[in-house]
Design a binder for this molecule. Structure first.
Ligand code: SF4
Length: 203
């Protein structure tokens, strides 16, 4: 079982690495490797896309840029270690504007990468999925439809795909300044701790 998951993950990493389906990401490399986390995660975090100064540069999701610093503070606030989780994105490659700045993935690009997302969820089989931002919350609809919104369901625990889903805001500086500050997000993350403890209590 463990051996199977390891070899299936290796195959998935190789296929993602070779993927050139999105035209504007043809020169980028998918951020998917053992640096994303454990393949036996207690929580799978799904964000938007690898950032130019973060994961696309360091190959470690949420590491090397301000979003990463914020995410690490939020993880620390609930004493969750990177070794216990896996972090991925709605698109595995880094979408850029013509000048090179980070861009949001288009709906088509998210659709292109949805099979990789579905396969990661199936393979990692996490009991808890936390989406970070609206792009990720929408991206998982192709795996199992839902009508959740961040405005109504942020930091709540809902059933989805046979797991517990927790929609959360993205930890980017823009979101923290304009929509959900770090202190509010720290409170949101307590819901992950509650879901983890609930699971432990159930055995
Ligand atoms: S974002 Fe996903 S579908 Fe698009 S090229 Fe990268 S790995 Fe392939």
């Amino acid at each position: 079982m463990n051996k199977g998951r390891k070899s299936d993950f290796r195959a998935l990493v190789e296929q993602a690495s070779a993927c050139r389906r999105c035209e504007r990401m043809a020169e980028r490399q998918a951020v998917l490797s053992q640096l994303n986390g454990t393949i036996f995660p207690s929580v799978l975090f799904i964000a938007e896309a690898p950032g130019r100064n973060g994961a696309d540069r360091t190959r470690i999701p949420f590491h090397g840029d301000t979003s990463g610093v914020n995410f690490e503070k939020l993880l620390a606030s609930i004493e969750l270690q990177r070794e216990e989780i896996f972090i991925t994105n709605s698109v595995l490659c880094s979408p850029r504007k013509p000048g090179g700045a980070n861009d949001k993935p288009t709906r088509e690009e998210v659709g292109n990468c949805s099979d990789f997302l579905r396969r990661q969820i199936e393979l990692l089989d996490p009991p808890i999925v936390a989406t970070l931002g609206a792009v990720a919350l929408n991206a998982i609809k192709v795996i199992e439809p839902h009508s959740l919104t961040l405005r109504e369901h942020a930091a709540t625990i809902v059933s989805w795909n046979g797991r517990r889903l927790i929609p959360l805001y993205h930890p980017s500086p823009h979101v923290i300044i304009t929509i959900r500050n770090l202190e509010q997000q720290r409170l949101d993350y307590q819901v992950i701790r509650t879901a983890l403890e609930d699971r432990e209590n159930r055995g």
